[in-house]
Ligand binder design. Structure first.
Ligand SMILES: O=C(O)CCC(=O)C(=O)O
Length: 240
């Protein structure tokens, strides 16, 4: 990433450098690798290598470790008022299960069940959990934290973002290419222990890894809002 300092309020993302203690990172690594061996319902594998895992907030030991990440908790509280985790996904780009992802915004949330409510559309099910696209006002109030368990840079598919693109609200697919061509693209090089905060509406993408280096990220979404009854978040855990 360039030496410039990004800020979530201006740019839609920022990086909290060295936000995690080594002990917490080791615990997170251990929990995730134990879970990936056990819970095949949530795990996505190719060539026996895990490249993604959903529903990680259901792992109590993992949540206990997240509660130790004081700088994450105070930053999220500062931006959203509370530190309520509402979805957790683990990503890696291992050698035998490498992947890339095109420019997109994160437009869906995980809910406890399907109920038709105005403004909520595009229902899907992922790893057994119902997902829906909420109104933009909900997405604008959310923050995603990417807890980096490894260094990431151009060699292993670091995240690319279009600075400030979240300020445009929902961007229709047909306009995404033009926005990325005309805007400032930043590559978020990070070190193990850094936490990147970003708004879900920020356009982002990543290339496949060009090396054998791991690129493990714990992606946790936060939202202080309740959903309109009878909708409910699938998981909603107050981290403190
Ligand atoms: O970790 C990445 O490279 C991208 C993950 C992703 O697509 C997302 O967070 O929506």
């Amino acid at each position: 990433m360039s030496s410039r300092t990004w800020s979530i309020n201006q740019d839609g993302f920022e990086v909290l450098r060295a936000a995690c203690q080594k002990d917490s990172l080791r615990e997170l690594d251990e929990i995730l690798s134990a879970v990936s061996r056990l819970d095949l319902r949530n795990v996505r594998q190719r060539g026996a290598e895990t490249y993604a895992m959903r529903n990680v907030l259901r792992e109590n030991r993992l949540v206990a470790t997240l509660r130790k990440l004081d700088s994450l908790i105070s930053a999220v509280k500062g931006y959203t008022g509370k530190c309520c985790a509402v979805r957790g996904i683990y990503f890696d780009k291992p050698f035998k299960a490498n992947w890339s992802v095109p420019w997109h915004q994160d437009l869906t949330i995980a809910v406890a069940g399907k109920h038709e409510v105005d403004g909520y559309s595009k229902w899907t099910t992922k790893s057994g959990v119902v997902h829906v696209q909420p109104p933009t006002e909900i997405l604008e109030k959310m923050i995603t934290a990417r807890i980096h368990l490894d260094d990431a840079d151009e060699r292993n598919g670091a995240l690319m973002v279009v600075a400030k693109s979240n300020q445009r609200g929902y961007i229709p697919a047909r306009e995404v290419r033009e926005v990325t061509m005309k805007s400032e693209v930043a590559r978020c090089d990070v070190q193990r222990g850094d936490i990147m905060l970003m708004r879900p509406l920020l356009l982002h993408s990543s290339r496949s890894s060009q090396t054998n280096l791991r690129r493990r990220v714990l992606h946790i979404e936060f939202c202080a809002e309740e959903l309109p009854t009878p909708l409910e978040w699938c998981d909603r855990i107050d981290l403190g």
